[in-house]
Design a protein around this ligand. Structure first.
Ligand code: PLP
Length: 405
């Protein structure tokens, strides 16, 4: 029979967080092996449950939520998002500027698909959350990565961004708080990014899905709140701040200068209509979440589980020779560096395979986040303290052998 191949569009599309190393881990689990998973930010899977108020409303709303809704979403949850924007000082947002989606992911793909033609470039952080690189490639665009500087708290390197802007650059993606580094950007840096966007007429795509997952009393500023005159698309949702990834509830807000973007917005509306609507129970959960008090504060406070686990993972990792880590200020991840002089890794996917095979610990290799060299990995600090201690202990043992090879 004639072989059925994947489309050419997929040639440059990859998403290593759920890539071949995870397939190997699944196969090992099927054989009965127990694996410690530090690979994915699926909060509920680690016994950190969604707020009861959201769960109860979800159950209660289910019978009445079987129908389609308007393509952008129901009025009340979109209104709740408008209020959220007001709280975050994003001005001039009305109901029509809010799109609800099956998670932020769907809206990110939609926003890039509606924008890009072949050859259009999008500036993306390196390291990035790999959905962006994949979605730009799938949309026919060209991902262009700007460096985030580890020696400066993983902040975007403004000079590098400037160097990489060309006449084909359409947009810049800013992931703040950041996955995979846990960085949180100061206002001064956001203003520098806005200035570049202003000068070169770039759309700012702001991913703020971890904007309430902040440690050490840090405060988050929405880039859109500083950019009334630049077109901004801000992505957010319930997955992380409200521990409900599985409810697939996200939103996108269009703000700033929109008058010149009417055609693009028509394109967004068309793609939103084509997928009919976001799941209705998830939409209703947004209304409950944003209208109520189910803060993540208890988890991120100094005595809270997430903060304690962050501190523990940081402390243990930085005791290992040749391992350094920028302590995350936010989100659920850290991105440790393995000194190449001590660990001459050539292929970090192979490194992740070997760690999995030898120690039954699953991480994601740094190049899976489009990092430029095979010298980092991402660790999710969601497992409880005992599992984290065990996991980092096993990583240390693995690295000790690796050094002696
Ligand atoms: N954006 C970032 C930066 C993420 O880390 C993730 C998930 O890990 C998403 C978006 C996906 O969000 P959602 O579950 O709302 O699709």
């Amino acid at each position: 029979m004639k072989p059925i191949s994947k489309s050419a569009k997929l040639a440059n599309v990859c998403y290593d967080i759920r890539g071949p190393v995870l397939d190997k881990a699944r196969a090992m689990e099927e054989e009965g092996q127990k694996i410690i998973k530090l690979n994915i930010g699926n909060i509920a899977a680690f016994g950190i449950e969604p707020p009861d108020e959201i769960v109860q409303d979800m159950i209660r709303n289910l019978p009445a939520a079987a129908g389609y809704t308007d393509s952008k979403g129901l009025f009340a949850p979109r209104k709740a998002v408008v209020h959220y924007c007001q709280e975050k000082n994003i001005r001039g947002v009305g109901i029509d500027d809010v799109y609800l989606g099956n998670g932020a992911s769907e809206l990110i793909v939609m926003a890039l698909n509606a924008l890009l033609d072949t050859g259009d470039e999008v500036l993306l952080p390196a390291p990035d959350y790999p959905l962006y690189t994949a979605a730009v490639a799938l949309s026919g665009g060209t991902p262009v990565h700007y460096i985030c500087d580890e020696s400066s708290d993983w902040y975007p390197d403004i000079a590098d961004i400037r160097r990489k802007i060309t006449p084909n650059t359409k947009a810049i993606v800013v992931i703040n708080p950041n996955n995979p580094t846990g960085a949180l950007y100061p206002e001064s840096l956001l203003l520098e990014i806005i200035e570049l966007a202003r000068q070169h007429q770039l759309i700012i795509m702001a991913d703020e899905i971890y904007d309430k997952t902040l440690y050490d009393g840090n405060v988050h500023t929405s880039i859109a709140s500083l950019a009334d005159d630049v077109l901004c698309l801000t992505f957010n949702g319930l997955s992380k701040n409200y521990r409900s990834c599985g409810y697939r509830a996200g939103w996108m807000v269009v703000s700033g200068e929109k008058r010149h973007a009417k055609d693009y917005i028509t394109g967004l509306n068309m793609l939103a209509s084509m997928r009919l609507c976001a799941n209705t129970p998830g939409q209703l959960a947004i209304q409950t979440a944003l209208g109520g008090y189910q803060s993540i504060k208890d988890l991120v406070a100094p005595t809270g589980r997430l903060c304690r686990q962050r501190d523990l993972a940081y402390e243990l990792l930085t005791q290992i020779p040749g391992v350094s880590v920028v302590k995350p200020k936010a989100a659920l991840y850290m991105f440790p560096r393995l000194d190449p002089k001590i660990y001459p890794i050539e292929d970090d996917q192979q490194f992740a395979y070997e760690l999995l095979a030898e120690e039954k610990v699953l991480i994601v290799q740094g190049t899976g986040f489009n990092w430029i060299a095979p010298d980092h990995f991402r660790l999710v600090f969601l497992p409880n303290s005992d599992d984290l201690k065990e996991a980092v202990g096993r990583i240390e043992r693995f690295l000790t052998h690796y050094r002696k090879r």
